[in-house]
Write a protein that binds this ligand. Structure first.
Ligand code: AMP
Length: 213
């Protein structure tokens, strides 16, 4: 099973796809956003400020978080969701892969436009306990019971950075940083991209084809 790096704007579906692949194929899902939100729950005010303003946290912190996670995987396939977000992070990952003898990595870039991202984000509600994401504007992605997680019965809520204003900043941050990362992975012949505007199942099936190739 190939290790996966997802490069995608907010609300592209990468979180949902990652969770499904983790359940179905035993991938370890490493989401830097989720790791950071846990730190915020533990009262890290600086990270809270950056996340709430759609800004990136430091490359050093991401290196510490991911470095620790990758070193304990011991061969379990993984999905990186939300990293790299800078060229420095991409190069840092290469060093980690080398150190931990990780091979067979595919970079999958999911493309959606800003309007689709905004629409999805405004309808998004998330389980603060297990992280499962739902969408109030999509019949197929609504929870069975209003505001209750189908999986763990905990309450659903909106992420504090899921507002129209903040998604604009997050999307611009993404677009500003993404080009050099994409060029970098192209030069290493590691990246495949496709349009993820449609149903989430279509994107999921496409990803399954790529990892089983
Ligand atoms: P996400 O859940 O991936 O949308 O991430 C939520 C927020 O966490 C982002 O808007 C950033 O503020 C921060 N973040 C997540 N991953 C990274 C990363 N690799 N580098 C810097 N900041 C990050």
């Amino acid at each position: 099973m190939k290790n996966i790096i997802f490069i995608a704007p907010p609300a592209s579906g990468k979180g949902t796809i990652s969770k499904t692949l983790a359940e179905e194929y035993g991938y370890k899902h490493l989401s830097t956003g989720e790791c950071l939100r846990k730190r915020v729950e533990n009262n890290d005010k600086e990270i809270k400020y950056l996340i709430e303003n759609g800004k990136l946290v430091s490359d050093e912190l991401i290196s510490t978080i991911i470095g620790e996670e990758i070193s304990i995987l011991k061969g379990q396939p993984f999905i990186l969701d939300g990293v790299p977000r800078t060229l420095i992070q991409a190069k840092m990952l290469d060093t980690m892969f080398e150190k931990n003898m990780v091979t067979d990595v595919i970079v999958i870039k999911l493309n959606i436009n800003k309007e689709t991202a905004i629409k999805r984000i405004l309808g998004r509600i998330v389980c603060s306990s297990c992280g499962k994401s739902y969408n109030m504007f999509n019949e197929k992605l609504k929870p069975k019971n209003e505001n209750i997680c189908d999986l763990c019965n905990n309450l659903l809520s909106k992420r504090s950075d899921d507002t129209r204003e903040k998604i604009e900043t997050r999307f611009s941050e993404y677009e500003k940083n993404i080009l050099p990362i994409v060029e970098y992975y192209k030069s290493k012949n590691m990246i495949i991209e496709f349009n993820a505007e449609g149903e989430i199942e279509d994107a999921l099936n496409k990803v399954k084809e790529l990892i089983n190739d």
